[in-house]
Design a protein around this ligand. Sequence first.
Ligand SMILES: *Cc1c(COP(=O)(O)O)cnc(C)c1O
Length: 361
Amino acid sequence: MAFALHSYPVVYRAKFRQNEWKGEYLEKPHKTPAEEAALTQDEQEALADSRNRYEDMPLVSFTTQYGLSCFEGLKALPQQDGGLALFRPDQNAARFYRSMKGLYMPPFPEEEFLRACLETVQRNVRLGFRPWYKPEWEKDSFASADSVYIRPFTYAEGGIGVSLSQEPWVMVITSPVSSYFSGGRSEAVVTDRIRATPQGTGWIKAASNYVISALAKHEANAAGFMECIYLDATHRRYVEEGSSCNIFFYLRSGELVTPALGDTILPGITRASIIELARDQGVQVAERPIALEEVFAEARECFVSGTAAGATPIESLTYHERKVIFNQGKVGELTAALRDTLKGIQYGTLPDTKGWMIPVG
Ligand SMILES: *Cc1c(COP(=O)(O)O)cnc(C)c1O
């Protein structure tokens, strides 16, 4: 049980039946956070494991057999004022709705999604399960900051024929997280694998998309890289995104480019936020196709974006025998500015002028 998922005890679960959603909160086995911290490693793993069991849900389902499921990922961030706040959860609610519709499931109402995310965090906080703001996080731009990861997802009813989910569950689990990319290295490699194809499900946060990503990321890590970057399926020429993050290039011309959305690119909420923040800072931003050739010739900075990654600088990109090093391997000025602005808003050290932060009451 070396890698048990250490989720917080309160979980939200809704089921679609007879044309309506019925939601409930489940309180899984737990002690107080202090008592849990005092347990032996094995006891902690056993407790974590018991929180991840649902005896009343089917094992053989369209989710476990065919990967028919979609999910979301968002964070509740500890604030300087002592509270917790969610970053743009309305956007996750809208994307989850679109993902479920894209998989021909009955979509989950956006207001209920919002309420479930906030209340799941809140109920765990009431039991003492939460991180607290630490001023020392400010020293490294929140690279070592803790937060609550919120993972809403769908789970299909029992079945074995290849079919659609008509009466899915929607669940919201939470777990403590710290920074995504550990260690200082941030070298990326272009993978020959194809993540998403035209007319496929690349635009949906669909569970099945992540099999290719896990394989490609494993191969990249085994070759000594932190991240892998995908090219488009048709021309094998245009950069699309990272394993589970969007990508940006700051060109010598002063233009910040990120691939245009289509059916193969996941519409990241961090991506949209960074585009807005960059434009606010007077940077010219283009959403357009960008060929690997152009990256090799013109890019001076590169970073990936996502809920887990924030805005993470990429120091180099390797494609077969070729390698480009961005900004002499140092974090670029624009990358750092955008990363710091985003983190500042998220942790409450900068004013939230856009109303992006929703406090956990
Ligand atoms: C989730 C995800 C992203 C980033 O989306 P955010 O909303 O910014 O977290 C980017 N690409 C893929 C493939 C993803 O799954």
